[in-house]
Design a protein around this ligand. Structure first.
Ligand code: HEM
Ligand code: SF4
Ligand code: SF4
Length: 521
């Protein structure tokens, strides 16, 4: 059931993302920036909130009038717009959060060592809702009265408070300004807690994307501004505790469950508890697949720190040397954070396939798919390439190459292959061309693998692809598993380009070159 849901969502996101890739380009695709958009919206809500608070009266008698002041003619253009920004950015944050959560789920990025961001996302949902709901109380209009009464009745259903707190809203005389000020305080304190939890949320992620690209941020601000002018956020008439509150003009982003809270508070608590427990259990539900974490081979590690730079999940750290080798530092793996993407193997200078020692070791390796095995597989695949031009595909499990049966070196991430492996395959005549096939551009499963691969090929990042490698014999294809047709088209046109090039010498004729290459670091 969960698998079916995941697959359907993956298909839906993939279709939407490829469509948005065409409109915005992969770098600006909003679906690839959901976490960053969440942070950006938080800051919009925070700044507009501080602005509004400057003129807000925290006393219950004056609260409604002070909010109405925002919308009066002279202030509509600043305070009125700010109020709309505050409301609509909060609504959008709910949408962005829901999409972000579903997308991470659809990409299966919530289990194993990735559980941390998922689990810390759960309190984020709660705190975001509490922040929004407490915000609605402050306006002290009819909606606020309904929300306050229903929320307190809901809380009273739980046996936590000695005195029912809903009593505060029974009659005009029962609501004190002090209690109202407490509600105001909650609306400031809870978002601060939310920010703190968001900070924890990204602690296990290297270089988390917390700022969207400027153009996307600008477009979001413009869209909010247009909506603020077209449909300004307004109050719904002053609260009147002498009257029974009714659910007037509900905000369906923050308050969709309020009708249920009204009708069956027990059922709502049950639903919320079940949803929370279900979300919390998800990372540990079967099938549990976890490759073994990366392992360091100190004899081949000089403590250069490249792998630490490249690891997308903060799993590596440089520590003082523990052996006799003449280096100050060595790398250490935090196995609980390692997602076994292999990017560190691809970044280690010791990962050079040209070496001919009996056992091909590197500084840091995946026990389930060692670098030596990678090289062996390249040889095995090369032996099966019979049709010319012979193309070796170095592909990622999470991209379109996962659907190819032949000629593919399948890796957990495209960046697990060091650039020297491309050099090796071509200079040894093992293939006429190498196709690097990763995830689609805006959805790298291992966050940074695609970017690092690109930079290595372009010579902008160590270890870079050497200048001697003929670039016309190399192609990169970024496509998701659902884009088989595009993948096949790009592969076919690469083969056509290769066919027009002079044939490369087969491996046997190149053997004499080995002596020279083996001495190359
Ligand atoms: C508005 C609320 C949220 C914000 C602002 C937010 C923000 C972020 C950011 C900035 C990242 C890092 C993205 C990157 O650079 O790759 C991230 C990752 C993640 N988030 Fe959230 N998040 C929110 C809510 C949630 C929720 C509710 C969940 C799920 C319950 C969730 C699950 C995850 C997961 C699983 C990752 C890690 C993905 C990976 O392993 O690559 N987030 N989030
Ligand atoms: S395999 Fe390497 S790069 Fe990937 S998470 Fe583990 S330590 Fe980091
Ligand atoms: S990249 Fe290789 S040599 Fe450098 S610190 Fe990491 S394991 Fe050691």
């Amino acid at each position: 059931m969960l698998k079916f849901l995941q697959r359907s969502l993956r298909r839906g996101f993939d279709l939407a993302e490829r469509g948005l890739d065409r409109v915005f380009g992969p770098a600006l695709n909003p679906l690839a920036q959901l976490g960053a958009m969440g942070f950006f919206l938080f800051w919009i809500v925070a700044v507009s909130g501080v602005y509004l608070f400057a003129v807000f009266d925290t006393g219950v008698e004056r609260a409604y009038a002070s909010v109405e002041w925002y919308s009066t003619s002279g202030h509509r253009w600043h305070a009125g717009v700010m109020r709309s920004f505050h409301r609509y950015a909060s609504d959008l944050m709910i949408v962005v959060m829901a999409l972000h959560m579903l997308r991470e789920f659809s990409l299966d990025r919530y289990r194993g060592a990735r559980f941390f961001s998922w689990i810390t996302g759960i309190p984020v949902i709660w705190f975001l809702y509490i922040s929004g709901i407490t915000g609605y109380w402050l306006v002290w209009d009819q909606l606020a009265q309904y929300v306050a009464t229903t929320s307190t009745e809901l809380l009273d259903w739980l046996p936590i408070f000695g005195e029912p707190i809903a009593r505060n809203f029974l009659a005009p005389s029962s609501l004190s300004s002090r209690f109202f000020t407490l509600l105001v305080f909650l609306h400031i304190a809870v978002p601060l807690v939310l920010l703190f939890v968001l900070w924890i949320h990204i602690q296990r992620i290297t270089r988390p994307k917390v700022n969207p690209p400027r153009l996307l941020a600008g477009m979001t601000l413009l869209a909010l501004f247009v909506v603020s002018l077209m449909k300004p956020a307004l109050s719904q008439g002053p609260a009147n505790l002498a009257k029974v509150p009714s659910p007037v003009g509900l905000d369906w982003f923050f308050l969709p469950l309020y009708p249920l809270a009204d009708a069956a508070p027990g059922a709502l608590w049950g639903l919320l508890a079940a949803a929370t427990v279900m979300l919390a259990a998800m990372p540990w539900l079967p099938p549990l697949r976890r490759m073994q974490p990366a392992t360091v081979f100190l004899d081949h590690c000089n403590g250069c720190g490249r792998c630490v730079e490249d690891c997308p999940y903060e799993a590596l750290q440089l520590v003082p040397r523990s052996d006799d080798l003449p280096y100050a530092l060595e790398v250490a793996v935090n196995t609980s954070k390692c997602v076994s993407c292999g990017i560190c193997t691809g970044s280690c200078p010791s990962s050079t396939p040209f070496r001919t020692t009996d056992a091909l070791h590197t500084g840091i390796d995946l026990p389930d798919l060692s670098f030596a095995e990678m090289r062996e597989r390249v040889h095995a695949i090369a032996a099966t390439l019979t049709q010319t031009p012979r193309v070796l595909i170095i592909g990622c499990w999470h991209g379109a190459a996962s659907g190819q049966q032949e000629g593919v070196l399948q890796l957990p991430c495209i960046a697990a292959a060091p650039p020297s492996l491309i050099d090796y395959a071509l200079s040894r005549g093992l293939a006429d061309g190498v196709a690097i096939a990763g995830c689609s551009e805006s959805a790298c499963y291992n966050r940074l693998g695609l970017e690092w691969t690109r930079q290595r090929i372009a010579g902008e990042r160590d270890p870079y692809l050497r200048a001697r490698v003929p670039r016309e014999r190399l192609a990169t294809i970024w496509a998701s598993p659902l884009e088989q047709a595009r993948f096949n088209d790009e592969l076919a046109s690469f083969k056509a380009r290769l066919a027009a090039l002079p044939r490369t010498a087969p491996p046997a004729a190149r053997r004499h070159l080995r002596v020279i290459e083996e001495t190359t670091p």
